[in-house]
Design a protein around this ligand. Structure first.
Ligand SMILES: *[C@@H]1O[C@H](CO)[C@@H](O)[C@H](O)[C@H]1NC(C)=O
Length: 117
């Protein structure tokens, strides 16, 4: 009986910790190109588009591990690139940033949280 209870508890915990769906619409092709092309200069498997892909959180970490040298460098390069993007795309990127940041912090795997990037 105790064993069965433990299994149920484990299953509930696993379901509860399943990540929330990434539901953010793309801001546009120009800013997407900027994060993708700059991201690939840091990490060859960079992919911030496929939210079910194995490199999604690692890719997002370049944008959202604020204060780390890697993120500062990535955001500086991506920001420079985005200055040539249409203003609506830049505004959309800026508007979605805090929402995505919160999602990233709420959903990133614990292993990634512990790693220094
Ligand atoms: C994509 O971004 C890179 C900079 O990282 C830039 O050199 C290139 O021209 C961009 N391509 C398009 C299609 O905007």
């Amino acid at each position: 009986m105790k064993f069965a209870t433990a299994i149920v508890a484990t299953t509930v915990a696993a379901v509860a910790s399943a990540q929330a769906l990434w539901t953010f619409p793309p801001e546009g092709p120009c800013v997407a190109n900027c994060t993708d092309s700059v991201g690939k200069t840091f990490f060859p498997f960079y992919n911030d588009v496929d939210s079910t892909g194995p490199f999604f959180f690692t890719s997002l970490s370049y944008t959202f591990e604020r204060g780390t040298p890697t993120t500062i460098e990535f955001m500086s390069a991506a920001g420079t690139c985005m200055q040539t993007c249409p203003m609506p795309e830049q505004n959309a990127y800026r508007a979605s940033y805090p929402l995505k940041l919160k999602w990233y912090q709420d959903n990133k795997p614990a292993a990634l949280a512990r790693r220094r990037l």
